[in-house]
Design a protein around this ligand. Structure first.
Ligand SMILES: C[S@@+](CC[C@H](N)C(=O)[O-])C[C@H]1O[C@@H](n2cnc3c(N)ncnc32)[C@H](O)[C@@H]1O
Length: 237
């Protein structure tokens, strides 16, 4: 089915509400990422968003940096179709499985900024370690990696949980809305097949675990860039 047959607008807007509900500090996180990237390299010329889904963050990055070439890499054919149908021509989408160690063959190299927002909890510890090593290899000199996810503060587990937005039905409601749209049926079938063998690992260690994994992968510097309750962002460079 050609992606132009899909109307992405309502689904993408609803996705944005779901993500913002789950991660109330999302706008602040994105601001911190863009500021950090600009301070490090100036406006990044090449950006890779791993697990970028329907491309909301990529779209906002493209608005902020219109000259940047941005790649959204994701495994989900439904989310990629929504991204493709909406994003400007400066953004490329690629179907990529981050659990396959050869994934950089799909994205290429030379990125000034690599991001992964709410993506790495799908991966197991070995896959995350391998991911960090591959990202180190594909970053341009001076490039920055930012990984944001549930990364509890190992010193304040109860308080961190209390600060988290209450879990809701929003995620499953969003998917059921999409599943009821006939134009998505073939892609939904493919998606089901793909994720049948790749359920989310739900591996959410403390930020210190990610920092140690990034250093072990060869990043000289790795540490906390941002935090909101149990959600945090690791920066590595
Ligand atoms: C919670 S969503 C976040 C999407 C997007 N980053 C955002 O903030 O809107 C997690 C994303 O990770 C992607 N993902 C999960 N496992 C993956 C894998 N093995 N390879 C590539 N992407 C994967 C999913 O398809 C989904 O788009």
């Amino acid at each position: 089915m050609p992606s132009t047959a899909l109307d992405p607008t309502g689904h993408r807007a609803a996705w944005n509400s779901v993500m913002t509900g789950y991660l109330p500090g999302l706008a602040d996180l994105e601001q911190v990422i863009t500021t950090a990237a600009e301070r490090r390299t100036g406006p990044p010329a090449r950006i890779l968003d791993l697990g970028g889904g329907p491309g909301l963050f990529a779209e906002r990055l493209a608005t902020r940096w219109p000259a940047a070439r941005i790649t959204v890499a994701d495994l989900d054919p439904v989310l990629l179709a929504l991204a493709r149908a909406a994003l400007p021509t400066t953004v490329t989408t690629v179907e990529t499985d981050l659990t396959d160690p050869s994934w950089p063959a799909t994205t290429g190299t030379g990125y000034h900024l690599v991001t992964a927002v709410m993506t790495v909890h799908y991966l197991n510890p070995a896959a995350i370690r391998s991911l960090y090593a591959e990202i180190r290899r594909i970053l341009a000199p001076g490039g920055l990696l930012v990984v944001a996810d549930v990364m509890p503060d190992d010193g304040l587990p109860a308080l961190m949980t209390a600060l988290e937005a209450p879990p809701g039905q929003a995620w499953s409601h969003w998917w059921s809305q999409l599943a009821s749209a006939p134009e998505f049926a073939p892609l939904m079938d493919r998606r089901t097949e793909i994720f049948r063998s790749r359920p989310p690992a739900e591996f959410t260690p403390a930020l210190s675990w990610h920092a140690a994994a990034a250093r072990a992968a060869g990043f000289p510097e790795a540490g906390a860039l941002w935090r909101h309750g149990r959600h945090a962002a690791l920066a590595a460079c």
